[in-house]
Design a protein around this ligand. Structure first.
Ligand SMILES: *[C@@H]1O[C@H](CO)[C@@H](O)[C@H](O)[C@H]1NC(C)=O
Ligand SMILES: *[C@@H]1O[C@H](CO)[C@@H](O)[C@H](O)[C@H]1NC(C)=O
Ligand SMILES: *[C@@H]1O[C@H](CO)[C@@H](O)[C@H](O)[C@H]1NC(C)=O
Ligand SMILES: *[C@@H]1O[C@H](CO)[C@@H](O)[C@H](O)[C@H]1NC(C)=O
Ligand SMILES: *[C@@H]1O[C@H](CO)[C@@H](O)[C@H](O)[C@H]1NC(C)=O
Ligand SMILES: *[C@@H]1O[C@H](CO)[C@@H](O)[C@H](O)[C@H]1NC(C)=O
Ligand SMILES: *[C@@H]1O[C@H](CO)[C@@H](O)[C@H](O)[C@H]1NC(C)=O
Ligand SMILES: *[C@@H]1O[C@H](CO)[C@@H](O)[C@H](O)[C@H]1NC(C)=O
Length: 355
């Protein structure tokens, strides 16, 4: 996750040490020394700083306006039911999305940089003991402006792509799917197992990994922890699943990795969140917590800043539960306005009502 600091162009500049020493001798003031040294970085033309976006939902609250819901998704404190259905409802052919209420900046066109990011969430998929169930849950990144659920995207289309319509902007996405329905006659592109997959503009996953242990979790509604990270220096996108309740066992784990240049798929600003669907078959899709951190190197011409270390998965608290409910702005209390964009930009979605 190295952003590669820009070298200060002024570093190699010759400094007349004799003159400096002489000046210091004459003035003999330590405060002047501090002032003099501070002038050197200030004279440099530009450097980069990190623009961080962080937020956390340790739990979900229906009054929390940072979550943007579409379709059949509902907050039922303290969780999000993505395919809402009370027992006894007709819960087939349901689709729901839950997204962060602001776009996230993933690229800086001026410098050509791409953000690193890590997101973690805990979810369950519950078939209420049924062996056959569907269809799955995805975490997606879509171009800003593509928040609406595509028409006819229930069932195996996972709320991401329209069935039978022309490809539009809503079919531009990078997604990680947790696909729970596999039947060779209908979803012929799928591996024949509950699986984790990386999807690039297509539900025909670029990479997949079977997670057979998920069958048990789904029958019993067991919680699963997911982690998705992107390292812009290696262009590595990694997604993992780990049973939340089986800490010691290696068996309850799945991982996919793919090298991808986000810039080839996504614009500068993206909307991020989840979608889930049912088709002919039923299952609950429940989100318990979600957190996100991304760091984008941006040109900073105003004031000198020291290069902050790049984020890593280890920098995140161990799970969303350790983050404050106030969330939002972990780790960006600096004075530099360029380092923050969380919470104080326009709420771009509040004007839009739910359907
Ligand atoms: C899902 O949403 C659609 C459209 O808003 C609505 O017609 C349908 O009744 C909802 N289904 C359930 C089970 O709530
Ligand atoms: C449930 O919904 C499906 C699809 O909309 C419909 O075909 C079916 O008749 C409904 N079943 C009940 C019991 O309402
Ligand atoms: C797409 O629509 C066709 C025709 O309505 C239907 O037969 C097919 O099952 C749909 N595919 C999916 C994946 O929903
Ligand atoms: C697709 O995105 C482009 C560029 O962002 C925009 O000009 C165009 O209007 C969009 N098309 C649709 C159908 O949303
Ligand atoms: C899925 O994508 C692979 C390449 O990634 C391709 O070989 C295969 O034909 C595709 N399958 C379908 C059903 O589109
Ligand atoms: C992306 O969002 C930033 C604000 O975070 C804005 O300055 C920039 O113009 C946006 N880029 C595009 C291509 O809309
Ligand atoms: C799963 O996530 C929860 C909440 O963040 C955490 O308490 C738990 O330790 C995690 N379980 C595993 C196996 O990592
Ligand atoms: C941005 O995030 C990184 C990694 O978490 C952190 O080291 C750095 O201090 C943050 N920058 C600011 C300005 O908060």
């Amino acid at each position: 996750m190295n952003f590669g600091c820009k070298n200060f162009p002024g570093v190699g500049k010759k400094i007349d040490m004799e003159t400096t020493a002489l000046t210091l001798l004459i003035i003999s003031s330590s405060s002047f020394l501090v002032a003099s040294l501070a002038l050197y970085p200030a004279a440099m033309p530009s450097t980069t700083s990190l623009e961080n976006t962080t937020f956390a939902f340790p739990v979900f609250d229906s009054n929390d306006r940072r979550l943007y819901l579409r379709g059949n998704a509902t907050v039922l404190n303290p969780v999000v039911q993505l395919t809402t259905a009370l027992q006894g409802d007709n819960i087939t052919y349901v689709v729901g999305r839950a997204m962060y209420y602001q776009p996230v900046r993933l690229r800086d066109a001026a410098t050509g940089t791409t953000a690193d990011f890590t997101t973690r969430f805990t979810f369950s998929i519950d078939s209420q003991k049924k062996t056959w169930h569907g269809d799955g849950l995805v975490f997606f990144l879509v171009p800003q402006g593509s928040e609406e659920i595509p028409r006819n995207s229930e069932g195996g289309l996972l709320g991401l792509v329209s069935n039978g319509t022309q490809r539009d902007n809503s079919s531009t996405f990078i997604a990680v799917e947790i696909d729970t329905f596999y039947d060779v006659s209908t979803n012929y592109w799928d591996p024949q197992c509950v699986h984790l997959g990386i999807d690039l503009n297509s539900l025909n996953s670029t990479k997949t990994a079977c997670a057979d242990w998920m069958d048990d979790e789904i029958r019993n509604g067991g919680r699963v922890n997911a982690s998705i990270s992107y390292d812009s220096s290696t262009r590595s996108l990694v997604a993992t699943l780990q049973s939340a309740d089986h800490t010691s066992s290696q068996g309850y784990y799945a991982r996919v990795q793919h090298e991808v240049n986000l810039a080839e798929f996504l614009p500068e600003n993206v909307s991020i969140g989840f979608s889930a669907t049912t088709g002919m078959l039923f299952e609950f899709h429940t989100l318990y917590s979600w957190e996100w951190i991304s760091s984008l190197p941006v040109l900073d011409t105003s004031s000198p800043v020291s290069m902050a270390p790049t984020p890593s998965v280890d920098d995140l608290p161990n799970g969303p539960s350790t983050a404050g409910a106030d969330a939002g702005e972990r780790g960006k209390k600096g004075e530099d306005r360029k380092d923050t964009k969380v919470e104080n930009t326009d709420n771009w979605l509040l004007g839009v009502s739910r359907t």
